[in-house]
Every structure is written in structure tokens, then in C-alpha cells.
Design a protein around this ligand. Structure first.
Ligand code: HEC
Ligand code: HEC
Ligand code: HEC
Ligand code: HEC
Ligand code: HEC
Length: 443
């Protein structure tokens, strides 16, 4: 019944459009002419439309998409107009970096003598909510079924590494690479130095060296509350590429990395609020139990769910505790369940930011941390004198390479969300080897 309704609607639409086209050249009626010859039958005007415009095609996808954070999340609106944030947050910018292959490299600007991140787009394409055409960029290009092709499946040079490492998840024709193009970490830069991307390998190979000391010269960056590798760490952890790889336990990947794609679990048949074009995997085990992969995965399965997740949580808890100076946490705690997306992933409710003072002057701004305990090395001109004075009473932060690398790994593994479901082996190795680098025994 619904299918018929769609057919009728589209037929009407096509006739309406054609009708308008024919009418548009007509100014006034002349005398009636002789009937012409019948033309040959044209192709069925609605057949190609129906391949997509059917109840179980785009209509159901669009209904599911209402539950996707891609659709209801505010970031596409907030980051509109921003040439650096655009490639992952706004539709036209994403399509631009895919079409033109914008490099993830850093280049030296010889005028300022500082490095700049090349992963930017022109201001003219910094708009557009994430929607159907973001991922299916050819919609209505030919009105044929190929129009649903994915915008990209190409390997993804990592922004965090200035393009020095690449993620290529090969399962199912590389369709995960579409997701990873956005769901990847962002670079930390030598913002107090030459602006270049940090040398993460140096952190791993020389863990004892001082990375930051307010009293020393040559610091690469001044740590801030928001010194972080951003939120989309999943791509790196899933692929097992791009952590700060301290020596120790071998870095290996779980089978998921080679045989599964993001879509297998995140676009599985619907269950509650998850599956299909909601892109959510929360409380939906349909993907796990499909294609002969697992047979009884569920939230009550100790072997497949509770035990691995508890193990990763214990490691995150241990690393959070080890990242402390004189008993004061370096990592920030945020017990606000509504604002800490990773609330459930550690006992102490870490959010991956640093425990650095950053007072509120703009109550609606998210970038502040008035309860931060370490002294802010970059006090802002907008602070009150009382805030500047208070800041000076706080203890100063110092960091070794081991601590800086461990902070990055903590952020990557916490913000991967899945507590090891994405790639248990790589997650456990990164966390354990970070603990070892900090001089902690295995837990
Ligand atoms: C390859 C799949 C595909 C084909 C084939 C297709 N469409 Fe669409 N169409 C879409 C998608 C996807 C949307 C966006 C739906 C949404 O935003 O909910 C859309 C939206 C529309 C809209 C709403 C306005 C708009 O542009 O957002 C109209 C009208 C439309 N299509 C007409 C047609 C007609 C007429 C045909 C056949 C000549 C056709 N479509 C063939 C996928 C397709
Ligand atoms: C154009 C970039 C882009 C692409 C491509 C993309 N995502 Fe996203 N995704 C985002 C952004 C940005 C958000 C957060 C939106 C917001 O907060 O407004 C997000 C949110 C999500 C969320 C919700 C996370 C949460 O905090 O609950 C899931 C799950 C997700 N994406 C999975 C996927 C999967 C799976 C794919 C591939 C099929 C994919 N995404 C492709 C950019 C993208
Ligand atoms: C390399 C891709 C990428 C770039 C560049 C990027 N982001 Fe994001 N961002 C993401 C992804 C992916 C998410 C969603 C992660 C998730 O929820 O799993 C996200 C989430 C967010 C969120 C939502 C967090 C929340 O609490 O829901 C904000 C705000 C945000 N980004 C701001 C920015 C700003 C500002 C910039 C530019 C300075 C930026 N992003 C650049 C990929 C990116
Ligand atoms: C975040 C990326 C993303 C967005 C946004 C997105 N899609 Fe998809 N869509 C996919 C992927 C991935 C597939 C699976 C294709 C494959 O495996 O080749 C898919 C498949 C489809 C299919 C084929 C049948 C199915 O459900 O698997 C339809 C129809 C479809 N999408 C319509 C839409 C419509 C309509 C919208 C907007 C409301 C939309 N898509 C938005 C990524 C996306
Ligand atoms: C083997 C199944 C599986 C695969 C494959 C998978 N995920 Fe997940 N993902 C999960 C599970 C399970 C969670 C945690 C859900 C929860 O918290 O209950 C999750 C969580 C997430 C989240 C946080 C939002 C949410 O839905 O909870 C994002 C974003 C995400 N995954 C993106 C990806 C991306 C991108 C890929 C591909 C690179 C991917 N996932 C591959 C199972 C999977």
C-alpha cells in the first residue's frame, strides 16, 4: 500500500515538473495545429526513482537517521564557517577533502617560519549539516542506483600524524574508511615551538626526557585544560595504528580489525534505538551475532562482553591513578553524567582533559575548568586579577615524555568508548605499556 502511494506521489511529481517545463515557454494560446505523429515510448519515468524512493529504501533510512547523532548533534551548526573543523563536521567541507584529496600534512610557511596544518578547506565550503549526501555524495547525479555510492572508501592518511601514518580498514571493500575519515584523532602540535605536529615517536623512544617544565626553555607546548587528541579516536584504536607505542607487550590486533567493518556492528538490523542509519551500536548485538561471527553475544556474556570491558576499565583506572604528581591527578575528573561522554569508562569519571585551572568568564562556554588544580601556564588577559592571583597559588605541572605519551594513550583508549570491543589487544597493549613506561608493574 505504501509502495503504491509512493509511486503515485512520484508520478505526480514527475508530471508536475514536466508540465511546468512545457508550460514555461508558452505565453499565449494560438490556433490549434494538426496532431503530430506518436513518438516512441520513453523510459518509465519513475522506475529509477523507485529503486531508492521506496518504503524500505531511503524512507526507512531517513527515519532511522533521526536517531543518529550525525543528524541531531549540534556540531555541524557550531563549526559552520570553520576551515579547520569543517572537514569532519560540515558536509560540503567533507565532500571537498574527499574530492580533492586534501593532504593531512604540515608545511613550513616561510614567511612566519612556522608549520601549518594543511588539512583545511576554503571558507566557501564550510557549511552543511551531516546528511544523506555527505556519505552518498552522488545522490541524484544520474538518478540511477549507483547514486548511493559512498563518498569515499580510500585509505585515510592520519591527521594526528601529519599524514605519516595511514589507516586502511580493508574489510567489505574499505567501507570503514568512510567513517574513519572523520572518526580519527587530531594532531597535537608544537604550539609553543615551530607549530609542527608533535614527534610522538620521540616520546616513546626517550621516555625519561623532560617534555614540559615551566622553568625550562624550549618547551614544545604549554599544557592546557584542553590539550587533547580530540574525540574521534575510534578509527586509530580500531585499526591499531597511531598510539604512542612504548616498548613492552607486542602490539597486535583483535580479529575485528581484519574481518569486520564499522557498519557490521553500527548498521546492524535495528534493535531499540540502535542499528541501521542510527549508526549506534549501543545495546544492539545483532551485528555481533550475524554472518556466523558470534552466536550468543549479549550484555550478559562474560567472555564476549563483561570480562574484556572490565579488564580495559581496570587498566584505564590504573593509568589514571599512575598519571599523578604528588598524589594530584593530571587527568581531569568530570562527574557530570550529561557532559562527560565517557562517564562510565573509568571509576573516577575521567573525561580525557587535563586537571588545569581555567576559570569561567563566559558561562555558556565549554572551554573552562574552574576546579582545575594545576597552575595554568597561559593565563588569559580576560581573567580577573583575583583569578590570575589564585592561579599563581596552584602547583606547577611538569611532564616527562613518558607522562605525555601516556596522556595521549589514555585519551585515545578512553574516548574509543567501547572499552576494548573495537580492538581489545591493541587497547590492552597501549595501556599496559604506558603503565610500564611510568614505572608501574603489570596489574
Ligand atoms: C540513488 C538513490 C535515489 C534515486 C535513484 C532517486 N533519488 Fe530522490 N532522493 C534520494 C535521497 C537519498 C534523497 C534525500 C532524502 C532525505 O533527505 O530524506 C532524495 C530526495 C528527493 C526529493 C526531495 C527533495 C530533495 O532533493 O531533497 C525529491 C523530490 C526526489 N528525491 C525526487 C526523485 C525523483 C523524481 C527521482 C527519479 C527521477 C529520484 N528522486 C531518484 C535518493 C534517490
Ligand atoms: C563527515 C564526517 C563523519 C563521517 C563520514 C562519519 N561520522 Fe560519525 N560522527 C561524526 C561527527 C562530527 C559526530 C558527532 C556529531 C555531533 O556531536 O554533532 C559523529 C557521531 C557518531 C556517532 C555517535 C557518537 C556518540 O557520541 O554517541 C556514531 C556512533 C558514529 N558517528 C558512527 C559513525 C559510523 C559508523 C560512520 C560510518 C558509517 C560514521 N560515523 C561516519 C562525523 C562523521
Ligand atoms: C579529523 C576530524 C575532526 C576534526 C578536524 C574536528 N573534529 Fe570535532 N569531532 C570529530 C568527531 C568524529 C566527533 C564525534 C566523536 C564521537 O562522539 O565519537 C567530534 C566531536 C566534536 C564535538 C562534540 C563533542 C560532544 O561533546 O558531543 C565538538 C564540540 C567538536 N568536535 C568540535 C570541534 C572543533 C571546534 C574543531 C576544530 C577546531 C573540530 N571539532 C575538528 C572529528 C573532528
Ligand atoms: C554517515 C554516513 C551515512 C549517512 C549520513 C547516510 N548513509 Fe546511507 N549508507 C551508508 C552506508 C555506509 C551504507 C551501506 C552501504 C554499503 O555497505 O555499501 C548506506 C546504505 C544506504 C542505503 C542502502 C540500503 C541500506 O539501508 O543499507 C540507503 C537506501 C541509504 N543508505 C540511504 C540513506 C539516506 C536516505 C540517508 C539520509 C537520511 C543516508 N543514507 C545517510 C552511510 C550513510
Ligand atoms: C565488533 C563490533 C564493532 C565494530 C566493528 C565497530 N564498533 Fe564502534 N562500538 C561498538 C560497541 C560495542 C560500542 C560501545 C557501545 C556501548 O557503549 O554500549 C561502540 C562504540 C562506538 C562509538 C561511540 C558511540 C556509540 O555508539 O556508543 C563510536 C563513535 C564508534 N563505536 C565508532 C566506530 C567506528 C568508526 C568503527 C569502525 C572503524 C567502529 N565503531 C567499529 C562495536 C563496534
Amino acid at each position: 500500500m505504501k509502495r503504491q502511494l509512493t509511486l503515485v506521489t512520484l508520478t505526480t511529481l514527475v508530471f508536475f515538473v514536466l508540465g511546468n517545463l512545457l508550460m514555461s515557454g508558452c505565453t499565449k494560446e494560438g490556433p490549434a495545429g494538426k496532431d503530430g505523429q506518436d513518438g516512441a515510448d520513453g523510459a518509465d519515468g519513475t522506475a529509477s526513482c523507485i529503486t531508492c524512493h521506496s518504503p524500505d529504501g531511503i524512507e526507512i533510512a531517513a527515519t532511522q537517521f533521526q536517531l543518529s547523532k550525525h543528524s541531531w548533534g549540534g556540531a555541524a551548526f557550531e563549526e559552520a564557517g570553520n576551515t579547520t573543523c569543517g572537514p569532519c563536521h560540515v558536509s560540503e567541507a567533507f565532500k571537498y577533502v574527499c574530492q580533492f584529496g586534501t593532504p593531512a600534512t604540515f608545511s613550513l610557511n616561510t614567511t612566519t617560519n612556522r608549520y601549518v596544518n594543511d588539512y583545511v578547506v576554503p571558507a566557501s565550503v564550510t557549511y552543511g549539516e551531516i546528511t544523506c549526501s555527505t556519505c552518498h555524495s552522488s545522490i541524484h547525479a544520474t538518478y540511477g542506483p549507483d547514486d548511493l555510492a559512498l563518498t569515499t572508501v580510500a585509505p585515510v592518511p592520519m591527521s594526528m600524524w601529519g599524514g605519516a601514518k595511514t589507516i586502511d580498514i580493508k574489510a567489505d571493500g574499505g567501507r570503514s574508511n568512510l567513517c574513519v575519515k572523520c572518526h580519527q584523532p587530531r594532531p597535537l602540535t608544537a604550539s609553543a615551538g615551530d607549530g609542527n605536529v608533535l614527534d610522538y615517536n620521540a616520546l616513546a623512544s626517550n621516555p625519561g626526557a623532560v617534555f614540559y617544565d615551566a622553568a625550562a626553555s624550549g618547551n614544545k607546548l604549554r599544557p592546557a585544560y584542553r590539550t587533547h587528541v580530540h574525540y574521534g579516536s575510534v578509527g586509530a584504536i580500531y585499526a591499531g595504528v597511531g598510539g604512542v607505542e612504548f616498548p613492552g607487550v607486542a602490539y597486535e590486533n583483535s580479529v575485528h580489525t581484519n574481518i569486520a567493518s564499522c557498519q557490521d556492528c553500527h548498521m546492524a538490523p535495528m534493535q531499540g534505538r540502535a542499528g541501521g542509519h542510527t549508526f549506534s551500536a549501543v545495546s544492539n548485538f545483532n551485528g555481533c551475532n550475524a554472518d556466523g561471527c558470534h552466536s550468543n553475544a549479549s550484555a550478559s556474556s562474560d567472555f564476549l562482553w563483561n570480562t574484556p570491558r572490565a579488564n580495559v576499565k581496570a587498566k584505564l583506572d590504573a593509568l589514571g591513578a599512575a598519571l599523578a604528581i604528588n598524589g594530584v591527578d593530571i587527568m581531569n575528573r568530570n562527574p557530570d553524567r550529561d557532559h562527560n561522554l565517557w562517564y562510565n569508562n573509568t571509576t573516577n569519571r575521567y573525561d580525557g582533559y587535563l586537571n588545569i585551572y581555567d576559570p569561567i568568564n563566559n558561562p555558556s562556554g565549554p572551554d573552562t575548568n574552574p576546579g582545575g588544580v594545576f597552575q595554568n601556564p597561559s593565563p588569559s588577559n580576560s581573567w580577573s586579577q583575583a583569578q590570575k592571583d589564585y592561579n599563581l597559588t596552584l602547583p606547577k605541572l611538569t611532564l616527562t615524555n613518558a607522562q605525555m605519551g601516556a596522556i595521549i594513550n589514555f585519551q585515545l583508549c578512553l574516548r574509543d568508548y567501547s572499552l576494548g570491543i573495537h580492538n581489545y589487544k591493541y587497547t590492552m597493549a597501549l595501556l599496559q605499556n604506558s603503565l610500564t613506561a611510568l614505572g608501574q608493574n603489570a596489574i
